[in-house]
Design a protein around this ligand. Sequence first.
Ligand code: HEC
Length: 111
Amino acid sequence: MSVRKVASVVIAIALTGAACAGSPPEVPVRADGTTDPELQIGRDVYTEHCKSCHGANGDRRSDSDLTTLDSDDIDSLVDIVADGLRRMPAYSSILTDEQIDGVIRYSTEVL
Ligand code: HEC
């Protein structure tokens, strides 16, 4: 393998690694080839507002692991995001209800 080829392989591996570490998981594609628009909104909100604390995969904080949220308890999760909880910031003046619903669905269904 030439030096150039080795260098491009190394760069490709580095870029793939960065994408994995940095981007929250994609919204799953449905059987008809489309994605759920509310989940897509949720992913955009998560990437912009939540990833910095909760991590790209939702599991960075041991005190609030978003990968193990109880999906039967959607209303109280919406309240936590809207009103905040101790060190968790409140989002009711920053996000619309639709964005909060979307990010909660994204957290419980995709993360
Ligand atoms: C500044 C850091 C920070 C940001 C930004 C942040 N959170 Fe949190 N979040 C926390 C902390 C800290 C907790 C734990 C609160 C506690 O119990 O003290 C938490 C808790 C939660 C919980 C409750 C988890 C549980 O186990 O019940 C949910 C749901 C949640 N966050 C969702 C979100 C969403 C959605 C966003 C983006 C809109 C977000 N967070 C943005 C820090 C943050």
